[in-house]
Design a protein around this ligand. Structure first.
Ligand code: FA5
Length: 342
């Protein structure tokens, strides 16, 4: 038992000399000095010995314990005050590498569009994502029960207004901000509104329930279709290169007349036809048209004096094209492997 006490003390002192941090210190205390530590177990065992041995070994064990406790307290003081027993800092060692944050691809494309449009004299507007049924549909010529509501199913909020109607929706399009901008700024006006939209979609590689658009409105006297076309041409060349061409094909949107789909020559195959443009040579990028007189009126603008056009880019789709992303669902996946590529 004498040897055992000596051995415990020796082991303890050896390990104390190698301590690196506060965790090591705690582990050592638990192993040797706690109530269930090795020394306490020895002291416990003394009760079965003869009186004489009990006295001799008890004294030895007590002495060892006091010595160990004193050394331990000293080591703890050093570690707690300096963090480490070895306090030497080698300033020539390379520092810890801190990873840089970076912008999301959607933000990069949005910044690009904002730079372009502000350089053309546009201001940047904003509107709520949780929108009234009125601004998202009714004021845009899509009254309740109108078949055009089927084009954009959305998420209705489970709360009624004072007339007992469910009138809050997650906006399906940034067009919902058109009337708000007209009411706020009046005419003349040049504004873009980038933002997040929501639709109740059966999602696939090109359709998400949550995605971004960028709306644009121009209001003034004698604004006509040629102005819209030339602006969209400038935007196409800036986004996809100087040889990009634009074609506009009729498409029904209830809030513009005439409405159309703006398509650009595919920048990957230069219009020859490839997988991305589905062999057509054209990419559908933007919905647009001359603002319907009813919409101008709803925004407080006199259609006899002013006219205007509106357009809406699918911003998430633009980011897909720019960075060759083949599945839109990656944007909302939260997957760092995806995000770290940009
Ligand atoms: C609209 O949303 C109209 N507000 C655009 C507009 C604005 C027309 C102003 C006229 C005047 P559309 O539903 O086609 O139109 O959507 C416009 C773009 O948003 C699409 O071309 C597409 O790029 C993008 N988009 C629409 N639905 C989704 C979806 N579920 N996931 C990802 N992108 C989508």
């Amino acid at each position: 038992m004498k040897n055992k006490i000596e051995q415990i003390k020796k082991e303890f002192l050896d390990q104390l000399a190698k301590l690196k941090n506060i965790e090591d210190l705690r582990a050592l205390e638990l192993k040797y000095l706690s109530r269930k530590g090795e020394l306490s177990e020895i002291m416990h065992g003394l009760k079965d010995l003869s009186l004489e041995l009990k006295k001799e070994l008890g004294e030895l064990a007590n002495k060892a314990k006091i010595e160990m406790q004193t050394k331990f307290t000293e080591a703890r003081r050093v570690i707690e005050s300096y963090g480490k027993k070895d306090d030497f800092v080698d300033v020539t060692l390379p520092g810890e590498k801190i990873a840089n944050g970076h912008l999301n691809p959607l933000t990069l494309v949005q910044n690009d569009l904002e730079d372009l449009f502000t350089s053309l004299g546009f201001i940047i507007g904003d509107g709520p994502e949780l929108e009234s049924d009125y601004y998202n549909f009714t004021a845009l010529n899509v009254p309740p029960l109108h078949p055009a509501r089927d084009m954009q199913d959305t998420f209705y909020i489970d709360s009624k207004n004072k007339n007992g109607e469910y009138d809050l929706v997650m906006r399906t399009q940034t067009s919902s901000v058109q009337i708000r901008m007209l009411q706020k700024y009046g005419a003349p006006l040049k504004v873009i509104i980038p933002g997040r939209c929501f639709r109740n979609e059966a999602t696939d590689a090109r359709h998400e329930h949550t995605f971004y658009q960028c709306e644009g409105i121009v209001i003034g006297k004698d604004i006509n279709f040629s102005n819209l076309k030339s602006l969209l041409e400038i935007v196409g060349k800036r986004l996809f290169g100087p040889d990009t061409e634009l074609r506009m094909r009729p498409k029904f949107y209830p809030f513009v007349e005439p409405g159309n789909n703006g398509e650009y020559t595919c920048f990957l195959c230069n219009g020859k036809g490839c997988r991305v443009c589905k062999q057509t040579g054209w990419l559908e990028i933007v919905g647009a048209g001359l603002i319907h007189p009813d919409v101008l009126r709803a925004g407080g603008i006199d259609p006899e004096v002013y006219s205007g056009f509106a357009f809406g880019f699918g911003l998430t789709r633009l980011a897909m094209l720019k960075y060759g992303i083949n599945d839109i669902r990656l944007f909302n996946s939260g997957d760092l492997k995806f995000l770290e590529q940009f």
